[in-house]
Write a protein that binds this ligand. Structure first.
Ligand code: NCD
Length: 292
């Protein structure tokens, strides 16, 4: 692996071996294996989990880290995305972790930036490390992927998490459905009524309504959204005994998920966040380590 742009470019065997490596990281192996490498985290879009779990993963591996702050940078003086990235490459960093609002931003860098790039989210297209942490959480829970049923509920149309997950999960033999308001449906995926999804799925993955990506205001009020598509304690009771709840976060309590459900017994949301550190360690090791 020279970069990490999209999971689509990886074979299933490579994906499973990244998950195995992430499990080793969870068990405390590989700390400081990237001692002395210098990584810059360039988040041109806001982020808490992805940015700081990359940061944590880098620190655990012994890297030195630069966290770029777009608000206090020359972007405010009109400097471009490309010139900013090129500047960090010129500092001699060993890797660049980049998130940007443009779909496939990395295409504009291919052939021009010569250090490894880790995609931390591009527009509504891909979010490879999020998918890996979702897969790790699912494998820890069920021990396999084949035949599992997942419904991704909510703002699917604008979600890089949904798009990346559905592509890789289908390759792994999972049955993927979408659910939620009509205005956020992606017609290419199989739709399932929300109440049926609640009763029948092994995994319910909820999404935040990503207002910042929308041109039009949501037609439902947040109360209506919660009433029709929110995961409430009453709906949790209808889920199968073994079924689990996932969410990439940030979540909006009282909209797609009720306050009491966030940390309920079926929720794996904070487990996902924890796994984020291990999969990011694995991806950094695969690209920058000895084990290429
Ligand atoms: C998601 C993202 O940024 O794509 N969050 C994340 O990385 N954990 C989803 C979102 O912002 O709603």
């Amino acid at each position: 692996m020279e970069n990490c742009f999209r999971l689509k470019e990886l074979q299933i065997e490579e994906i499973l071996s990244l998950l195995d490596l992430a499990e080793e990281c969870r068990l405390g192996k590989h700390c400081n294996e990237l001692n002395g490498k210098l990584i810059a985290n360039l988040f041109f879009e806001p982020s808490t989990r992805t940015q700081y779990s990359f940061n944590t993963a880098e620190e655990r591996l012994g890297c030195k880290v630069i966290n770029f702050n777009p608000q206090a940078s020359s972007l405010q003086k009109g400097e471009s995305f490309y010139d900013t990235v090129k500047t960090f490459e010129s500092f001699g960093v060993d890797g660049l972790v980049i998130r940007d609002r443009a779909d496939e931003y990395y295409r504009s860098l291919i052939g021009k930036i010569h250090c490894p790039i880790f995609n931390a989210g591009d527009g509504k297209k891909d979010h490879p490390t999020q998918s890996l942490l979702d897969l790790l959480t699912i494998r820890q829970e069920f021990g396999h992927f084949e035949g599992l049923k997942i419904a991704i509920v909510g703002d699917v149309k604008y979600s890089r998490v949904a798009h990346t997950n559905i592509e890789v999960m289908e390759r792994l033999g999972m049955q993927c459905f979408i659910s939620g308001p009509e205005e956020y449906r992606d017609k290419e995926y199989q739709y399932l009524n929300f109440e049926q999804a609640v009763r029948e799925m092994d995994i319910l993955m909820l999404l935040r309504v990503q207002h910042e990506r929308h041109e039009q205001k949501m037609t439902l009020s947040t109360e209506e959204y919660h009433q029709q598509f929110g995961l409430t304690p009453a709906r949790v009771k209808q889920m199968q005994e073994h079924a689990i709840i996932m969410h990439p976060a940030p979540f909006n309590r009282g909209v797609e998920i009720a306050d009491e459900v966030v940390e309920c017994e079926k929720s794996r949301i904070f487990k996902q966040i924890q796994n984020g550190v291990y999969v990011r360690m694995a991806v950094l090791l695969k690209v920058l380590g000895e084990r290429r």
